[in-house]
Design a protein around this ligand. Structure first.
Ligand SMILES: Nc1ncnc2c1ncn2[C@@H]1O[C@H](COP(=O)(O)OP(=O)(O)OP(=O)(O)O)[C@@H](O)[C@H]1O
Length: 884
């Protein structure tokens, strides 16, 4: 970096002495000090410029050239700019990286300014308050969250309150709970774009970007935090804010009256929006942008921790982080973006109450039974726009003409939608039968008022249909006549002057003119006034021509103004219906998501699972939804499972060679349970499933380099988490616990973990392992059963059958798999010798060879399970009785 720029690096717009700056830079610095937390984009002609530290940040983040500009006595100051027409693209990148932006516009044309051009910050965009369509992901919510915690969350069971909202759709939720782990789970589910946090010194550093080294120690570092002053988060202030915003007398109806931390978080969130969205809400208040908060409890839903979401590849694959290959990729056949968002929410937050699950199932069933309804519903949904986000665009008064047209065309289709489901039986479908007449009227009004393809700008006319407004029609007619007069002028003047090459032209500088070649210029009549002389032509005007032109211009300005006013009236009228639009949008989103699930069920042959209130996990001929779809049709081998019923085992020890399909089997069971609890049909011939409270997974080895933990440490952390939190209603999927350390340590841990899960927790567990010694557990505990994925052994190779059968495998075939992978022959030969020796001499091998003799004792232990439950000291099972 040059010496001048390194000097510049020390300049700080927040501390620089304004006396050293030009008047314009003084103004910049003044604004920057009002928005210290944001990057200030300062409009200069066709560019948004950034100066001082912002110039460095933006040039680094967007890989743009860092330049400089004379700043006054101070000399050159660093500068970086983006062209105004590319604003949205650059803004999207900065917001995605967690920056807040303050956008300063020119409020008057530079050539009309007396002195300094008037400039103002017209909006502040923060990652959680984005409304612009271009900056939002269509099929994902964009959440702003607020957290209130009483003390450091690293202290056990520390209570917290959470509020979150998506201001592009109007959703607003609150909850209150305790314990850092649960809060982390909620944040991982929501992936908030921005988290608000009250802090005592909230005005110092007030933006902590994702992965900022200064991150708050008791909160996950992958989110961006905006530190806020504490007052709006105080209970009395927050409560008053909620009551006032939603014009309520009490919070009882919202269900959060007794949840002070949730109320505080909600109040802080509302106040932040009031502050940052001033422009949007000034006339109407925040209730037009956000629905009243809905209260939920974590126990209303199947809890999925971040590892489980990742391991089961619910929304993205583990390896590439890609959407293709995830469960959502298979499931999402929704036609609208709002349906896509609903489905994603359901997948990340499956239900635990059988009733709403059955309501979704009933809808899917009815759609399955009526193929023509599916087809017609599908094509109607295809023609609908994102009503949920459009509701908020009109509610906030930011919708452009095209968006209003989209709203109108969607609303006027509501009666057609109602007709389609007129005979429907499922209550969710029936909820589309009642169309609020105010909405279909509004749809028709918009369609009657606006032209079908208006320009994106509001001020250039071309918005309003003929016949809507008599004054507008009169002005248009007058302009039309005057234009016609000008169009005829050419013919008339050619005849009058006898100059056949005479033309009527128009340019921005002079307006209309009559053009005549220089050779004929002497023939012009007296009333022609010469305006401009070019090489080959002379340009003239006449008083009459100018008069018509002036009339056209004035009328055009009036037309534009009138159209603009009519548009604003219409938008305001639409805005007053934001809440009913939002509600119908949510119903349509639900139906769209369910129609997509019905299509998947048809295409992939899914069946309706029976939801039970017990602990059964019965799946007949289940398949992995993603692996099945990735393989040629018919190649996936279906497998069954029966766990958790009174007569069935709780814990399955699953053995089998590498590559045989153990992980796939484990995952498919987790995925089927999630599908069932989100209300979907499942890839199985039949399934009967009790509702789970949580699904835990410990699958695969992922180094958590970011936290400096080794693979084994991560594995142990995750295992500890499972043992400490699983209940008898949980489903636990464990793949190769203990393989990250020495064999004997690993086996010992695996054994103890399985034993604890089977006897203490009694969670339904699938325990895949290469330690065949674990098969002994079956002989010792009544609720453990051995299964294996079988292979066919040929003389020179093994064939993977991917079939799960009762009984434990006695071999790993690890060496065979190594040979298939191309390990050199001498290595394979030597490995076989070593294996033989190890098996002969290891304590484990010895113990297991002796186990036959201990079978009887073991059977005795098996017959007395209640005693084991009551007295933990008897649960230590005799593994090596003859040796120890
Ligand atoms: N039921 C099945 N039907 C058809 N193919 C399958 C089936 N299960 C697994 N496979 C295929 O076998 C591959 C290996 O499966 P998986 O990763 O589940 O094996 P694994 O036993 O867990 O292996 P390892 O012990 O090495 O981790 C999968 O990528 C898939 O292509």
């Amino acid at each position: 970096m040059s010496s001048s720029s390194s000097a510049a690096e020390t300049w700080d717009a927040l501390t620089v002495d304004p006396a050293l700056l030009t008047p314009m830079m003084q103004h910049y610095v003044e604004l920057k000090r009002q928005y210290p937390q944001a990057i200030l984009l300062y409009r200069l002609g066709d560019f948004y410029e950034m100066f001082f530290q912002d110039a460095y940040i933006v040039s680094r983040e967007l890989e743009l050239v860092l330049t400089g500009r004379e700043g006054g006595a101070i000399g050159r100051i660093p500068m970086c700019g983006v062209p105004h027409h590319a604003f949205e693209r650059y803004a999207a990148q900065l917001v995605a990286k967690g920056y807040a932006l303050a956008v300063c516009e020119q409020m008057e044309p530079a050539d009309q300014a007396k002195g300094l051009v008037r400039r103002e910050v017209t909006r502040v965009i923060t990652p959680g308050t984005v409304l612009e369509e271009e900056l939002l992901k269509a099929r994902q919510n964009n959440y702003l969250a607020a957290i209130v915690r009483l003390k450091d969350l690293r202290q056990p069971d520390s209570p917290w309150g959470l509020a979150y909202a998506d201001i592009s759709t109007g959703e607003f939720w609150v909850c209150q709970s305790a314990g850092a782990e649960k809060l982390e789970q909620e944040l991982a589910r929501l992936q908030p774009a921005e988290v608000l946090l009250p802090v005592e010194d909230g005005l110092g550093l007030n933006l902590v970007r994702p992965r900022d080294p200064q991150a708050l120690l008791d909160l996950p570092g992958q989110y961006g935090y905006t530190l806020r002053p504490p007052e709006p988060f105080e209970l009395s202030v927050a409560r008053a804010n909620l009551l006032q915003t939603y014009r309520l007398g009490s919070l009882e109806g919202l269900g959060c009256a007794g949840l002070p931390l949730a109320i505080r978080a909600a109040g802080g969130l509302l106040q932040y929006l009031e502050e940052t969205q001033k422009n949007l809400i000034q006339e109407k208040g925040l209730h037009c942008l956000l629905q009243p908060p809905r209260t939920y409890q974590l126990t209303d839903y199947l809890m999925l921790d971040p590892q489980t979401r990742r391991n089961l590849e619910l929304t993205q694959t583990i390896r590439e982080g890609a959407f293709a290959g995830s469960l959502l990729w298979v499931l999402d056949q929704s036609r609208t973006a709002m349906g896509g968002r609903a489905l994603r929410r359901w997948l990340l937050q499956p239900l635990r109450d059988p009733e709403p699950i059955q309501a979704r199932q009933d809808t899917i069933q009815e759609l399955l039974d009526h193929p023509s309804l599916r087809t017609r519903l599908g094509s109607l949904l295809d023609s609908l726009y994102d009503l949920e986000r459009l509701a908020n665009r009109v509610g906030s008064g930011t919708a452009n003409p095209r968006e209003l047209v989209a709203l109108g065309s969607s609303l006027s289709k509501l009666p057609d939608l109602a007709d389609l489901v007129a005979d429907a039986q499922a209550p969710l479908l029936q909820s589309l039968q009642r169309v609020d007449p105010a909405l279909s009227d509004l749809g028709r009004l918009i369609e009657r008022t606006l032209l079908p393809s208006p320009p994106p700008l509001l001020t250039e006319g071309g918005l309003i249909q003929a016949g809507v407004d008599s004054e507008l029609d009169r002005l248009r007619q007058q302009v039309e006549q005057d234009r016609q007069w000008i169009a005829n002028l050419e013919k008339i003047e050619r005849e009058r002057t006898g100059i056949p090459t005479l033309k009527v032209g128009f340019n921005k500088a002079f307006g209309y003119y009559l053009s005549i070649s220089r050779a004929k210029a002497h023939q012009v009549p007296d009333n022609y006034i010469r305006k401009q002389t070019l090489t080959n032509e002379e340009r003239f005007i006449t008083p009459e021509l100018k008069e018509k032109e002036a009339r056209i211009l004035t009328a055009q300005t009036e037309i534009n103004q009138r159209e603009y006013e009519l548009f604003l009236q219409l938008r305001l009228q639409a805005g007053s219906q934001a809440e009913p639009i939002r509600q119908v949008a949510q119903t349509i989103a639900t139906i769209d998501a369910l129609l997509g699930l019905a299509e998947v069920a048809v295409q992939q042959g899914y069946s309706r699972p029976k939801i039970t209130r017990d602990r059964r996990l019965w799946i007949e001929q289940g398949r992995h939804p993603v692996v099945e779809k990735s393989l040629p049709s018919g190649l996936f081998v279906a497998n069954s499972v029966r766990l958790g019923s009174p007569e069935g085992p709780d814990l399955m020890v699953l053995t089998g060679p590498n590559m045989s399909g153990k992980s796939t089997y484990l995952r498919q069971i987790g995925l089927i349970q999630i599908l069932a609890q989100m209300g979907s049909f499942v890839p199985a011939e039949r399934a009967e499933l009790g509702l789970c409270d949580r699904i835990f997974t410990r699958i695969g080895a992922v180094d958590d380099l970011a936290t400096g933990q080794s693979t084994f440490m991560v594995e142990m952390n995750e295992t500890a988490n499972i043992l400490n939190h699983a209940t008898e209603h949980s489903l636990v999927l464990l793949d190769e616990i203990g393989r990250g350390t020495a064999t004997f340590d690993g086996l010992s841990i695996a054994w103890a973990v399985a034993e604890y899960l089977a006897t203490q927790v009694r969670a339904r567990t699938l325990f895949a392992t290469h330690y065949h010694e674990m098969n002994q557990l079956e002989t010792l505990l009544p609720n453990v059963a051995n299964f294996q994925v079988v292979v066919k052994e040929l003389e020179d190779r093994i064939i993977f059958l991917h079939q799960v059968q009762a009984g434990g495998a006695d071999r790993s075939y690890g060496i065979e798999v190594g040979r298939m992978a191309g390990l050199p022959k001498p290595v394979i030969k030597r490995a076989k010798q070593v294996l033989e020796l190890v098996e002969k001499h290891s304590r484990i091998g010895l113990g297991l060879r002796n186990q036959g003799r201990n079978q009887e004792r073991a059977q005795g232990a098996k017959k007395n399970p209640p005693e084991q439950e009551q007295n933990p000291s008897t649960e230590q099972l005799p593994i090596f009785p003859d040796i120890g």
